[in-house]
Design a protein around this ligand. Structure first.
Ligand code: HEM
Length: 504
């Protein structure tokens, strides 16, 4: 009897200890909350076929700014507030520096490496640096000024040829952005341009991450039922042939130029720059011809759809808000008064036009969840454990519309940027259309330059209205998320020509 009390007390202590220990491990390894999931498919049924960023934003309102979703075998963490974005893109930037590996990038980039989809490693660091200090610098982007001016004037000509009847601006913006990116990357009106653009569009359209091979990576047998692999291999085979020719022709041109003047060819396109760096071979990791293909695919895929979609949204928003349109037009018409030919240098002081583009990217970021990252080191965020291999979606769309920071967040108000000094660099986590941290977009200068002059010229030369007497506020603003967040329907507007005499 004497021994019984200490034994019972000891057993009690052990039980309490085991309970507390198991509780503390569970808390330390707790995943963020999320909606109830179905067996096997998890939450796929909630997202498939939906406008994903809107569904995810609604779910986050119910489950919190850090949320866990299970997409079949894939664990996804979604963060939807600026303070959590700060934690994952700054505090834990290194832990989330990997990109999610999708079937699309694995197949298209097999045998080569790019920047956007590469894992975070020394090679990636070298190539990202090359993007920043060689390919996409302010100087390099400025060197493509005549290409942009040329394409912007062609756009104006196309509109002039279709005055007073509905014009498909979506189509015109897509071909403008494609031509600018292709001419800068692979050279003046390359014969491969149209086919390459078409191939890259087809690739991008296959890359939603909802293929069975992306959702069930360990069920290899299932992958045979998806036609995606065969389709992507076919696309890659053709892309490889085109790039083989592009690189061969560039090498021949460079050799000829060297023979005749002892130096390389004059104005370098991006393939020329990469070939020059390949020849210099001063890098830790030599740049192969396949890697040049990978980098150029990045530039074309990232630089075309994004700019075209943003121009489309900018014109849609302007037409829906005549007072904003009028203010933007007054600014350009005042600035360009008396100028026979408008060039990029004339854009410097167009502050309101720049606010219009910023506000468009706030409401319609082309990558509403950024590009999915992958967790490479287990870490704790807001008391939750994020396991290695989880995918990370940063809900830039919701963050850019957070009512705490952006009053009347859904309203298109470019003047809000007059008061808030926010740039594109991702230092302010309340505004991240280009992402933030070490995987942020290196193409900001290129992207913005692609949009400014065409938009300014369209506002200068024309007045705009929806077709067939449609009320501006009834313009269809439905979205679809493909390679980027686009209008669901093409933007058709009617242009009315304005001569400089009309402005006075
Ligand atoms: C309106 C124009 C554009 C927008 C809104 C945009 C947006 C983005 C976003 C959100 C990311 C992911 C950032 C992150 O994960 O934090 C990204 C990455 C990237 N963008 Fe852009 N982009 C644009 C134009 C361009 C252009 C013109 C180029 C090149 C010519 C480009 C090249 C890239 C590359 C290479 C990456 C991958 C960076 C990495 O993984 O380290 N982008 N972009």
């Amino acid at each position: 009897m004497d021994l019984q009390f200490p034994l019972i007390f000891l057993s009690f202590l052990v039980i309490v200890f085991v309970f507390l220990a198991s509780r503390s491990t569970n808390t330390a390894r707790k995943l963020p909350p999320g909606p109830r999931k179905l067996p096997i498919i998890g939450h796929i049924h909630k997202l498939r076929g939906q406008v994903q960023h809107r569904v995810i934003t609604d779910l986050s309102k119910r489950h919190g700014p850090i949320m866990h979703l299970q997409l079949a075998e894939i664990s996804v963490i979604v963060v939807s507030s600026s303070s959590l974005a700060n934690q994952v893109l700054k505090t834990h930037d290194l832990a989330f520096a990997d990109r999610a590996q999708l079937q699309l990038s694995k197949i298209i980039l097999e045998g080569c490496k790019d920047v956007a989809y590469s894992r975070y490693d020394d090679y990636w660091r070298q190539m990202k640096k090359i993007c920043k200090v060689e390919l996409l610098t302010l100087n390099k982007v400025t060197s493509f000024r005549s290409i942009r001016e040329d394409e912007a004037w062609s756009l104006v000509e196309s509109v002039k040829n279709s005055l007073d009847s509905p014009i498909n601006l979506t189509y015109l913006f897509t071909s403008l952005a494609n031509s600018i990116a292709c001419r800068a990357a692979i050279g003046e009106r390359s014969k491969y341009q149209d086919e390459l653009v078409h191939l890259i569009e087809s690739m991008a359209a296959s890359g939603g991450g909802f293929d069975v091979a992306d959702l069930f990576p360990s069920y290899k047998l299932l992958h045979a039922f998806s036609g995606l692999k065969a389709k992507l291999i076919k696309l890659r085979t053709r892309v490889d042939v085109i790039f083989f020719n592009i690189i061969k022709e560039h090498k021949e041109k460079r050799a000829k130029a060297k023979q005749s003047n002892g130096r390389g060819s004059g104005e370098e396109d991006l393939v020329d720059v990469l070939l020059r760096l390949q020849e210099e071979s001063s890098f830790e990791f030599p740049i192969t011809s396949s890697d040049i293909k990978g980098i150029i695919i990045d530039m074309l895929a990232a630089g075309t759809d994004t700019a075209a979609a943003t121009l489309d949204w900018a014109m849609s928003e302007l037409v829906r808000k005549p007072e904003v349109m009028e203010k933007a037009q007054s600014e350009v018409r005042e600035a360009f008064k008396g100028k026979a030919k408008i060039q990029e240098v004339d854009l410097e002081d167009l502050h309101y036009l720049k606010h219009v583009i910023k506000e468009t990217l706030r409401l319609h970021p082309p990558a509403p969840m950024l590009l999915p990252r992958e967790c490479r080191e287990e870490c704790q965020v807001e008391g939750y454990t994020i396991p290695v291999g989880s995918k990370l979606f940063v809900n830039a769309w919701a963050i850019n519309r957070d009512p705490e920071y952006w009053p009347d967040p859904d309203s298109f108000e470019p003047m809000r940027f007059e008061k808030k000094c926010v740039d594109y660099s991702g230092t302010n986590m309340n505004y991240i259309p280009f992402g933030a941290g070490r995987r942020s977009c290196p193409g900001i200068t290129f992207g913005i330059a692609t949009m400014e002059l065409p938009l300014a010229l369209l506002l200068y030369h024309f007045d705009w209205k929806p077709p067939n007497g449609l009320n501006p506020e009834d313009l269809d603003m439905n979205e679809v998320l493909g390679a980027s967040l686009k209008r669901k329907t093409n933007l058709l507007l009617t242009a009315i020509s304005r001569t400089p005499d009309d402005y006075t």
